[in-house]
Design a protein around this ligand. Structure first.
Ligand SMILES: NC(=O)C1=CN([C@@H]2O[C@H](COP(=O)(O)OP(=O)(O)OC[C@H]3O[C@@H](n4cnc5c(N)ncnc54)[C@H](O)[C@@H]3O)[C@@H](O)[C@H]2O)[C@H](O)CC1
Ligand SMILES: [K+]
Length: 522
């Protein structure tokens, strides 16, 4: 699991070590130089003779870059430093000059962006040491124009140069993942001491590239600080996955009630059920009208269409809130779940059940699964004037707001999936593939989540002391990881999303679930 800590937590952890004179910056700079050299070699370049441009801000972020440039110059790189801060870090500057780094006072140039771009065009590596955790707000002039020009250069030639961000790409919202202004997208971010929330949270996570965490010896100090954002890795999901044992039978593995699909949208019932059975569980009880029931049985004859005991519910996929009969069925199953303290995945039309305060203070065992538009509609219905664009610009903030308003756990779907509960860390999962943006994918995800909730349903229902309140959020993040990995598998991509992939349908994703789960458990 990747844990990300806020600027305040990092400062608090660093302070005693800095006071004690620990050489944190030296460690940081050496690790940064080592990564730059590795990136050069991995691209088939010799380190010695390679041209490296340091973009140097006025604080210690720039200091990291300058000291790293010192190491690189000593390894034979031709290193140029473009000074873009009013007061460049003196110690770093002196060390760089002593090592032969060529220093450019570009702020004195009549055309600052032009001067930087001229240096950049001659370099194979750009080291972004403009701002790190000391940034306040969107980048200010002249960095705005400089970064805008460099981003345009980089967009025109994506393969070369390689952009290495120091600690964070300059200009992102370090604690919230916002993109308040121009940012230079990085191929690699070498982040110091611990990951930062903005490297995991959308939209900024999309410009961080591969994130490498440098161990500065802060883990002990940071362990005391609860992480602000977590990202589950496959191993964490494997530890969570309900794997049956010799004593299990279908009722102990978990039975899932599915209220999805309608005469108008019967396919969603098939897809939600396919997601659940593909993820693996004891049994599905499907509740719906004749047409979807027939389709479900045609694809999944093992599904039971009779009422009975369940350990979790999926409610809402493929249901139009204007469909009175189906809305009544949704209300009844939600009421039954709440009365029995069972976990629920509320998807699509099911979200309309929380558009008013008819269910005040939902427990965190209810997991809402909106996309950005549905979350905007929900928040607006609950009195927060919010548009889809607002949600997409700050997904984590809006997911947490919805969790606080409703009391439920919120899984906000998107290119990266954010999970927020009223308390505890955010989760940010980036396991999907753009090929997953296809009709019905959300229905399958609701089924995967339902299967996981059913696997833990009895334990959650019996959890009188609230020891498991953090579990639904973690299960939701796990469902997002497996759903994304199954989509990559179905698209013919690697587990890391590598490769071009190919068109997939929601059913392809469901069919790939058993293989994706098996790959996790190996
Ligand atoms: N604490 C340590 O010793 C270590 C820090 N590491 C590195 O240092 C930075 C944090 O350094 P700090 O000096 O606190 O701030 P920054 O360099 O990130 O930024 C301050 C710098 O940027 C200017 N600035 C602030 N906001 C803006 C803006 N919106 N637009 C333009 N310029 C802005 C400000 O004026 C200053 O000049 C951390 O990220 C690490 O890289 C070491 O790695 C570990 C030890
Ligand atoms: K930076």
């Amino acid at each position: 699991m990747i844990r990300a800590h806020t600027v305040a937590a990092v400062r608090e952890a660093e302070a005693p070590r800095l006071t004690a004179g620990e050489p944190l910056m030296a460690r940081a700079a050496f690790a940064l130089a080592t990564r730059v050299a590795a990136e050069l070699r991995e691209r088939g370049h010799r380190v010695s003779g390679s041209v490296v441009l340091l973009l140097v801000g006025g604080g210690n972020n720039g200091g990291d870059a300058l000291f790293a440039g010192t190491h690189l110059a000593r390894r034979g790189c031709q290193v140029h430093a473009a000074l873009l801060g009013e007061r460049p870090p003196a110690a770093g500057l002196a060390a760089a000059r002593a090592a032969g780094v060529r220093v450019h006072e570009v702020l004195a140039a009549p055309d600052v962006p032009g001067a930087v771009v001229a240096l950049a065009r001659a370099a194979g590596v750009w080291v972004d040491g403009l701002t790190g955790i000391g940034a306040r707000g969107p980048l200010r002039a002249p960095l705005t124009a400089v970064v805008g020009a460099l981003a345009a250069e980089k967009a025109a030639s994506p393969d070369e140069p390689v952009v290495v961000a120091v600690d964070v790409p300059s200009g992102i919202g370090v604690d919230d993942g916002a993109l308040p202004g121009p940012v230079l997208p990085a191929d690699v971010t070498v982040t110091m001491g611990t990951a930062k929330p903005g490297l995991l949270l959308p939209p900024a996570a999309a410009v961080a590239g591969r994130v490498e965490v440098v161990d500065l010896g802060l883990d002990g100090d940071l362990a005391a600080a609860a992480p602000a954002v977590c990202r589950l890795a496959p191993a964490d999901v494997a530890d969570l996955w309900p794997v049956p044992g010799p004593a299990d039978q279908k009722y102990t593995r978990g039975v899932l009630g599915v209220v999805a699909g309608s005469q108008a949208f019967p396919g969603a019932a098939v897809l939600a059920v396919a997601g659940a059975v593909g993820a693996g569980l004891g049994m599905v009880r499907y509740r719906g009208p004749e047409v979807p029931t027939g389709l479900v049985h045609a694809r999944h004859p093992e599904v039971v269409a009779a009422p009975g005991r369940v350990q979790a519910w999926v409610i809402g996929s493929g249901i139009d809130p204007d469909d009175a009969a189906r809305t009544q069925a949704m209300e009844e199953s939600l009421a039954a779940a709440l009365a029995a303290r069972l976990p629920v995945a509320l998807d699509a039309g099911g979200l309309s059940l929380v558009h008013d305060d008819g269910h005040p203070d939902l427990p965190a065992t209810v997991v809402l699964t909106p996309h950005a538009g549905e979350l905007a509609t929900l928040l607006t219905a609950r009195g927060e004037e919010v548009t889809r664009a607002d949600v997409e610009a700050a997904p984590a903030r809006h997911a947490r707001l919805a969790a606080e308003i409703t009391g439920a756990t919120v899984l906000l779907k998107g290119a990266a999936t954010v999970v927020a509960a009223p308390d505890g860390p955010l989760y940010a999962q980036a396991d999907a593939t753009p090929w997953l943006a296809t009709a019905g994918a959300g229905d399958v995800l609701a089924g995967v989540l339902g299967a996981l909730l059913a696997g833990y349903g009895d334990a959650i229902a019996a959890d009188e002391e609230g020891r498991l309140t953090a579990l639904p959020a973690r299960l939701a993040a796990a469902a997002a990881l497996v759903h994304g990995r199954a989509a990559r598998r179905a698209a013919g991509q690697g587990p890391d999303g590598s490769g071009p992939g190919a068109p997939i349908t929601a059913q392809d994703v469901a069919a790939a679930l058993p293989g994706a789960v098996g790959a996790l458990l190996r």
